[in-house]
Design a protein around this ligand. Structure first.
Ligand code: NI
Length: 252
């Protein structure tokens, strides 16, 4: 199994990373996409990947970073990608959950990172929260040139199909196991299995039965299990196909 979106370099894991990796082994999680989102975390993803070969690092500038220094941050990212092996650009995207004040800068940052991903022939990892239309409109401009994943997708099934048409995979995380999460379940049951990825987004969004607690990559097991249950197929089938999808997307 592959956790296609993890932040195991975070503070939350500083005391028990080795135990977390041991639990990955026990749950048969053998690859982890380690996702950076800022200058500091992009570097951490590299450092961890040199130390542990389970990790595949990425680098990006998150919408939370969209401020007046955005161009400098983007230029730092370009330089970083020139100097390091990364498997994807991102996470990046649009997030209007807390503020829309910086929306123009968020959009500019996403455009720049789409172009960078195309230029370097890398997939892009998209974070989208309360911003479906603006995210879609931007990604559509690069249709046919860009490939990537809608990470921790929480939108409608209908929009999932639209993103797939643009060349995107759909990744589901912990929320698919939540009792009241209608849309992720709808997506899990209906989209073609060959477009689906699974993830944790740890330390956030723990699946049931750990909801509310710190999340970790080993828990992608519960996401896989839930999706198999919802689709009425075997665990191994979801495991095998999502693993193949993730390898195809990130070329690992
Ligand atoms: Ni994330």
């Amino acid at each position: 199994m592959i956790d296609s979106h993890s932040h195991l370099f975070e503070e939350e894991f500083k005391d028990d990373l080795e135990e977390c990796l041991q639990r990955c082994k026990e749950n048969n999680v053998n690859k982890i996409i380690l996702v950076g989102f800022s200058k500091e975390t992009n570097l951490k993803a590299q450092e961890y990947s040199k130390k542990y070969n389970i990790f595949y690092p990425t680098a990006g500038v998150h919408p939370d970073e969209a401020d007046d220094n955005y161009l400098e941050k983007f230029n730092d990212l370009v330089k970083f990608v020139d100097e390091h092996k990364v498997y994807a650009i991102g996470e990046c995207g649009i997030d209007y959950h807390y503020t829309k004040e910086n929306m123009e800068i968020q959009k500019k940052l996403l455009h720049l990172q789409c172009k960078l991903a195309i230029e370097r022939d890398l997939p892009i990892i998209i974070h989208m929260r309360d911003a479906t239309k603006d995210t879609y409109d931007i990604l559509k401009e690069y249709q046919g040139k860009l490939r990537g994943v809608m990470h921790c997708y929480s939108g409608s099934l209908e929009m999932a199909y639209e993103f797939m048409k643009l060349g995107f995979y759909i990744s589901l995380g912990g929320p698919v196991t939540f009792k009241n999460a209608k849309e992720p379940k709808d997506v899990a049951m209906n989209i073609p299995l060959d477009r689906l990825l699974i993830e944790t987004d740890c330390p956030f969004l723990s699946p049931e039965p750990f909801r509310g607690k710190r999340n970790e990559s080993a828990n992608v097991f519960y996401v896989c299990k839930k999706i198999a249950e919802l689709r009425g197929i075997t665990f191994e089938e979801v495991e095998r196909q999502t693993e193949e999808n993730t390898k195809n997307l990130f070329r690992i």
